[in-house]
Design a binder for this molecule. Sequence first.
Ligand SMILES: Cc1cc2nc3c(=O)[nH]c(=O)nc-3n(C[C@H](O)[C@H](O)[C@H](O)COP(=O)(O)O)c2cc1C
Length: 278
Amino acid sequence: MSKAKSNKQVYIFAIIVCVACSVILAGAATLLQPRQAVNVKLDIVKNILVAVGHTAEEVNSATPKQVFDMYAAEFSETLVDAENQGADSTFMKQELITLSYPRQQLDDMGLSDILRIFNSKKELLARRSKKSLEQYDPGYKLIHIWKPSGSIEAYVIPIEGYGLWDIIKGYVALEPNLNTIKGISFYEHKETPGLGARITEDWFKEQFKGKQILEPSGELASVTIVRGVASDQYSGSDLTHHVDGISGATLTCKGINQFLSATLATYEPFFATLRKAG
Ligand SMILES: Cc1cc2nc3c(=O)[nH]c(=O)nc-3n(C[C@H](O)[C@H](O)[C@H](O)COP(=O)(O)O)c2cc1C
């Protein structure tokens, strides 16, 4: 066989292998997409349940269906816009339909799923309507209301922002007085194991329970993670706004301090209205 002919065969073989691998990988990615979407949602729902006091063991030992059923039985969801007025999913659905999302599929989804998809398409939708993201964004905020036995026992809001390495996501649950923290959870972070990743350890999250986000005057104070031990540095009502830091993770904690207080500030006008309404 001539050298040119054998080279040609090698190239053809390499191309066939590349094409076959691409087809297999693309097929696997497409097949796994729905499962990945369910796992993302499962992670979110588990963290909401943990924020209100369900144990990690309880939610992790349950099947996905049991976890989703638990959420559906215990929670309702409410949406407010940038002006803290009650909102619904009508606008988001209309907009997603223009991107060819099937109406029926959207009608079958809960508020949080629609908001998640809408948020992921917001930049595209803003470009299409020739507006800046700021002009276009309705600033929707979701609140998960925990009613395990009929009456409201907690309001849960998503928190999200940069730690040291990347975005940290989580949930904070507030007692019905919208002042006392009922629980907090963190997930989907890329902080270093043994350092920043210790934010998911129970001792760290437990210390937020019972802390208060408001000053006695009613001003928003948030809760701040200190460097070191909070009780060495604060006492009395000041201590109700501070928790112990994690050694070697000051930057992660600083990030959490910033996005926790910024998120609480965006919800505060709505919370103030709810507090007034009693
Ligand atoms: C490999 C590596 C990973 C690190 N990961 C984190 C982290 O996840 N979170 C954090 O706040 N700091 C992290 N740091 C930074 C140091 O832990 C920190 O700047 C320094 O030790 C200060 O300690 P302190 O946080 O107790 O003040 C990391 C540093 C290195 C070298």
